[in-house]
Design a protein around this ligand. Structure first.
Ligand SMILES: Cc1ncc(COP(=O)(O)O)c(C=O)c1O
Length: 419
């Protein structure tokens, strides 16, 4: 039996595409990029993304090309990507940021025209559908994360197009896995339970503040330390997961560990609860989408199509950083803030900068990612803090087609934060 095949079978049934189990979404993405992109290939992606994903692309020996994004959701704006860029990319990687879908129909069409693969990062979007079709079934391959919606501290899937590709990717995966160990498996199993206990006992604030003071958090800011000299030295080893491991493993050190039955049993229980969890998320999204802090695109989309079961709801607020800190005192730690955009963070040595970074900067610096499962608490806290909604200076988005305005049509009203 292939490793993780029980969990993979469950995901395959859900998605309707062959899936293989991976210990993380980042490993799934690495596998896809290695399999379908030659070293040196150029990958179009949104700069409003987890820095870990940037390092996965670099580890695969590829050049990350930063796309202009929609100011409404931070996902690639295909219409704003210059034709010269389209002609010079070898693959496209979506984000489906916070679970809000990328413009996948359009991206798929462009990729088909150009004869290049579309990869879907569905880590945030396990319950998202576009025109009735699940995210993760539009491209050549898709990565899912069980660390997100089902709050495991491990687990992911790679979805591919057919059973032959699945067998091939299982072999590639097995070459990259490192042996698991019982202490690691115990920590992976107990950590989500400890997190729930901290929440249940209303200890979020003291625990978080103590971790901050003791320097126990892996990031001092929203981005990890780039260590550019060491990073540049790694380039001669690329493609290599091991060389880039100090960056790729951040937040999930067991990302390539062959966990045992204990971890898998816990993930199975969490997967069984996924549909209930998605329903509760949709309820929270409805509440948050009805507030003044929800962007107009989200409000219109929710009114027209119903609430998506988002991983986070991107609320758009002024003084975002102050609010994030104040929310800790209300027992809410937000996380998943991707600021500054990857091109401002890493610079032209490591990424090709976006031709128009204004929308990404505005979105990254005004977005407060709200967990829909904590919707009421967050709404009350923001009301108490008198949070002010932030508005980009653009025409209303065309939410029915799912495509927001391109950044050229609207400049940011507020200056991006200094790095
Ligand atoms: C957009 C995005 N993709 C992929 C990942 C990686 O997921 P995992 O932690 O399962 O490797 C993350 C992690 O936070 C993410 O935010």
């Amino acid at each position: 039996m292939p490793y993780g095949s029980r969990l993979a079978a469950q995901m395959t049934r859900r998605l309707g595409r062959p899936c293989l189990y991976t210990p993380s979404a980042r490993l799934a993405l690495y596998l896809a990029l290695r399999r379908w992109c030659a070293p040196g290939a150029r990958v179009l992606m949104s700069p409003v993304n987890d820095d870990v994903i940037l390092f996965v692309v670099l580890a695969a020996g590829l050049r990350p090309v930063q796309a202009p994004v929609s100011v409404w959701d931070g996902n690639i704006d295909p219409a704003a990507v210059p034709e010269s860029t389209w002609r010079n990319v070898d693959a496209v990687l979506t984000t489906n940021l916070y679970g809000v879908p990328d413009r996948v129909v359009e991206l798929r069409r462009r990729c088909d025209q150009l004869g290049i693969p579309l990869f879907e990062d569905a880590a945030h979007a396990i319950g998202t559908r576009v025109e009735g079709q699940p995210i993760g079934t539009f491209g050549k391959a898709a990565a899912f994360s069980l660390s997100k919606h089902v709050a495991g501290m491990a687990g992911g899937f790679l979805a591919v197009e057919d059973a032959r590709e699945r067998r091939e990717m299982e072999r590639l995966r097995d070459e990259l896995l490192v042996p698991g160990r019982l202490p690691g498996d115990l920590a992976t199993t107990l950590r989500p339970l400890a997190r729930s206990a901290v929440r249940g006992l209303h200890l979020v604030r003291p625990v978080w503040r103590t971790m901050q003071h003791l320097g126990l958090l892996e990031r001092d800011t929203f981005r990890m330390d780039l260590r550019p000299r060491r990073l540049a030295e790694c380039a001669r080893h690329a493609p290599s997961l091991s060389a880039y491991e100090p960056w790729v493993r951040v937040d999930l050190h067991g990302f390539r560990e062959r966990h045992g039955a204990l971890v898998h049993a816990q993930l199975k229980v969490r997967m069984d609860r996924l549909d209930g969890d998605l329903t509760r998320r949709s309820v929270g999204v409805s509440l948050l989408a009805g507030t003044a802090w929800a962007g107009r695109a989200l409000r219109d989309r929710t009114a027209e199509e119903g609430a998506l079961p988002l991983f986070r709801v991107p609320l758009l607020v002024e003084d975002r950083d102050v609010l994030l800190d104040r929310l800790v005192d209300h027992g809410v730690v937000c996380g998943y803030v991707y600021d500054p955009p990857l091109d401002d963070y890493a610079g032209a040595e490591f990424v090709e900068p976006s031709p128009d970074p204004s929308a990404a900067r505005w979105f990254a610096s005004h977005t407060l990612p709200a967990d829909p499962l904590l919707a009421r608490r967050i709404i009350n806290a923001l009301a108490k803090e008198r949070a002010r909604p932030a508005l980009p200076e653009t025409p209303a988005p065309d939410s029915a087609s799912g495509s927001g305005p391109s950044p050229e049509r609207g400049a940011a009203t507020t200056k991006p934060q200094a790095r």
